[in-house]
Structures are given as C-alpha cells and as structure tokens.
Design a protein around this ligand. Structure first.
Ligand code: BES
Ligand code: MN
Ligand code: ZN
Length: 476
C-alpha cells in the first residue's frame, strides 16, 4: 500500500477524518454545517477513541465520508494507534482502492507510528485460499501529516520488508524449508545485484567447518540445512552490523518430541530468519548507506532414525563440546555455530533474533520481545529503537551467575538449564559463543506471531531492526 501526502481535502471516493472531542464540542465547527450539528446531536457522537460517525450525503466531494474519534488528546499514545489504524482499515478495506485520510487533529508526535500502523493493519495473507480476498486498499493520501518524504520512504521500505517476513512466517513447513529460504535469498540478490551478495553453505561445507551442533539438528530431516548470508553493501569498509536469525522451518522437537496440540505453530520457528530477510529487503529499498550482514541458520528439526538422541555429545565450531540433553532446545544449537561462523565478517555488533523459548512467552507475553545483552550501550540503543518504531523490547538479565545451570557432567556445557529462568539460560548458552564481539539477543517467541482469531505472523521485529539501523546510519 502506498502512502502519499496531500495538503488539503479535494475529492475522491472516500474520506475519513480524525476528530477529537474538543472539535465536536466547538460551536464554530458545527455552526458551519447545520446538518452536521443535527447529526452529532441525534447520534450523541462524542468522538471517543475509535468511535465512528458516517456522514453519508453530507460531503459533496466524497460519496463516502466518515469521522473517527480520537477521544481526549492527552490520553492518546502509541499503543492506541494500532487499534485506530485497524478501525480505519476495516472501514475502507475491500471497498475502496484509495482513501483520503485527514489526520490534522492527531498529535504530530504520533504521526510516524500511526502511519506505520496503517501499513501493518492492511496486511492480508490469502496465498493458499482458492477464493482470494477482494481488492485491498492500495493507496492512502494523508492530509495534515507532518512526516517528511524521507520518513514516508522509510515506512514504505519497512512495510515491504515486514510483509515479506509475514508471508514467509505464514508459509507452511512443506513449502518453506531451508533450501527454499536459500532460494529466496538468492532471488533477492538477483533483484538487487548492486547492493547484495549472497552465499549459501550446504551441509558438506558445514561439516568441513566443524559446525556439528548445527548438523545435529538438521541430520534428522530429509530437508538438508543451510547457512545463508546476505551482505548488504559488501564494498563498504566499516565493520558491519551482523543480524543472525533462527530459521528452524519446522520444530517438531526432534526425539524430544513436542505434544501434538498446536504443533502446527512451529512452522513459525523461522520467524527470526524471516525478520532478517525482511530487514535486508527493506534496506535494499530504503538504500541506507551502512554495511549490514544478515545470516540465517536454516534447518528442520525432525525425529527419525538419523536424528540426534538425548545425551549425544557434539563438538561445536568454537571447539566447546555440548551435551544435547533435549533435542527440542535446537535453536541455540543452530545459532551457536552460526554465531561462530559470522566472526569472519569482523562485526561491529551482532544481534541475533530467535523464537527461542516458551519461557520467554511465559515471562513477557506477546507485547514485548526479550532483550538480552551484557553491553549496556547496545541494549539502550535497541530499547530506544523499539520505542521509536513501537516494536518494543524488555531487557532481561544475562549474568554469569546463571551459567552454572548449564553445567554438564560429560561435556563443556549442556544445551538446557533446567526449569528455572529458561529464557535466561538459553541466552547464557548463546553468550558462550559471542564473547569476541559486542552482542545482543532478541527472544521473539512471544512477539513473532499471534494465535487465536488473529492467528499469523506479525513480521516483528523488522520495524525495530530497521529503526536500529536507520539510527546508526545517521550517526556514522
Ligand atoms: N521453538 C521453541 C520455542 C517456542 C516454544 C517458541 C513455544 C514459541 C512457543 C524452541 O525450540 C523450544 O522448543 N524451546 C524449548 C526449550 C526447552 C526444551 C529447554 C521450550 O521453550 O520449551
Ligand atoms: Mn524446539
Ligand atoms: Zn525451536
């Protein structure tokens, strides 16, 4: 969906005007149009937040015209923008291709997150439905927006990257498997040949590098694993930001098999990888001048006669040995070797993104992603980007005191830490492989997808990652 700016109301098929309570109560406002005063009086319209008042036949320039309430100014915040955007999209979607939207009365500080929320609300996924959704909203003209052309361009790029991440998350495991992700990365590089360089490691190459923790996950599956790297602006000299995504295209748990209920949702276990691909796509479109590497650990976790057994011990690429006590703690196994592999890019900072633990969902629910880092400056940078893009995180500790929970009697480290602090011990496991660079870990198990009525991938944290990168590209 395209967003563009317009200075005033003109004419078209549909107009929505955001109104606040003060405006509705003002005598001057209603005096201009007596019928409007009658309508407001008759319907007792108060312009409460999300309250709709259709003005059919009252605006000669727009056959469809409606007010949507903003309530009281001082009660508005970024959280409320998502619902507001949904109400607006619901009114217009499947009816109009273009919409004029007057946001003059929305506080300017909310224009950015609100506009981003419009693009997010307009997403629909019908790839596998025989009967397709009716026409989507294609174009919104914002009236009274304070956004700059640069901000609009950034929003367009984020939309494109986030929608890609959502599409990938929503595609099932029989279609979206490691090789598929590698093919998609290659296609992205073909589309942006001047900006992107893609490399793909197959399992033989991984074996040669000693990535045995990774291979312990993919060995049970008929679909071979892949490590995919996408280097954005490979010719830039500065040390890159490296984004590492967990790409478990389906997580059955392996021999430590998961229960059947809701196991279908484990097709979303590649949402970290999807957010990396989405961010790289957004970067190519926004053309930000900054050196970024995306790395994807793509594998399928299956039980079979070739699958890893609980108790198996492997030597990771870093040389540390791991006792795999639970084959369902597979994310950290594919990630640890990928986090060692990406050292060759000499990263300035590394951020990994993973649907890593159910414990993180228990701790933080579906509102914020878990942020783990022992680097306060980096953590602060990510938190700030989360607030700016309304794709928020909450910091949890990674302290050495938790490391002993990962002790193993037989190897250097176990891959699970027992029942306490599961999200933290998972982060502590990764930390053992990231001591050579500045690092942060995002556990997106709660935020990457929704269940229930709105089931589907959210495309988070593409907005956060793009904001983080955009902030950095301005400073450098
Ligand atoms: N992909 C899951 C994490 C997950 C679980 C995400 C539920 C979203 C919802 C991960 O691979 C996993 O299975 N983690 C285990 C770790 C445990 C065995 C230490 C978990 O969280 O139960
Ligand atoms: Mn698992
Ligand atoms: Zn998993």
């Amino acid at each position: 969906m395209k967003i563009s700016l317009k200075t005033s109301q003109t004419s078209g098929s549909a107009l929505i005007v955001l109104t606040d309570a003060k405006q509705i109560e003002s005598k001057e406002f209603t005096a201009a149009l007596p019928q409007l005063a009658t309508l407001i009086e008759a319907t007792q319209y108060k312009a409460n937040l999300n309250e709709i008042l259709p003005l059919i036949g009252l605006n000669q320039h727009y056959p469809f015209c409606s007010f949507i309430g903003l309530g009281q100014d001082d009660e508005l915040n970024a959280s409320k923008m998502a619902k507001l955007a949904q109400s607006i999209i619901q009114l217009a979607q499947r009816k109009y291709a273009t919409l004029d939207l007057d946001i003059t009365h929305l506080p300017a500080s909310l224009h950015y997150v609100f506009t981003l929320a419009l693009t997010q609300a307009n997403y629909a996924f019908d790839e596998y439905k025989s009967k397709k959704n009716e026409a989507q909203l294609e174009h919104i003209h914002l009236i009274g927006s304070t956004l700059s052309e640069n901000q609009i361009e950034l929003i367009h790029a984020i939309q494109s990257g986030q929608n890609l991440a959502r599409d990938l998350g929503n595609r099932p495991g029989n279609i979206c498997y490691p090789e598929y992700l590698a093919k998609l990365a290659q296609e992205l590089a073909d589309e942006f040949p001047d900006q992107l360089k893609v490399t793909v490691l197959d399992e033989q190459q991984m074996a040669d590098l000693g990535m045995n923790a990774f291979l312990a996950v993919s060995q049970g599956s008929a679909h071979a694993g892949r490590v995919i790297t996408l280097e954005y602006l490979p010719n830039r000299e500065e040390a890159p930001v490296v984004l590492v995504g967990k790409g478990v295209t389906f997580d059955t748990g392996g021999i430590s098999l998961k229960p059947s209920a809701n196991m279908d949702e484990m097709k979303f276990d590649m949402c970290g990888a999807a957010s990396v691909l989405g961010t790289i796509r957004a970067l190519c479109e926004a053309k930000l001048p900054i050196h970024i590497v995306g790395a994807i650990a793509a594998a399928e976790n299956m039980p079979s006669s070739k699958a890893t057994r609980p108790g198996d011990i492997v030597t990771t690429m870093s040389g540390q040995t791991v006792e795999i006590l639970n084959t369902d703690a597979e994310g950290r196994l594919v990630l640890c070797d990928t986090l060692t592999y990406i050292k060759r890019f000499n990263p300035a900072v590394v951020v990994d993104i993973a649907t890593l633990t159910g414990a993180c969902v228990v701790a933080l629910g579906k509102v914020v992603s878990g942020l783990f880092s022992s680097d306060d400056d980096l953590a602060q940078e990510i938190q700030t980007a989360g607030e700016q893009s309304f794709d928020r995180v909450w910091r949890l500790p990674v302290m050495d005191d938790y490391q002993e929970l990962l002790d193993s009697p037989f190897a250097d480290i176990a891959n699970i830490g027992g029942p306490h602090g599961g999200a933290i011990t998972a982060a502590c496991f990764l930390q053992r492989f990231t001591r050579d660079y500045r690092w942060a870990h995002l556990d997106i198990a709660g935020t990457a997808w929704l269940s229930g009525a709105n089931k589907g991938s959210t495309g988070r944290p593409v907005p956060l990652l793009m904001q983080f990168i955009a902030n950095r590209s301005q400073h450098d």
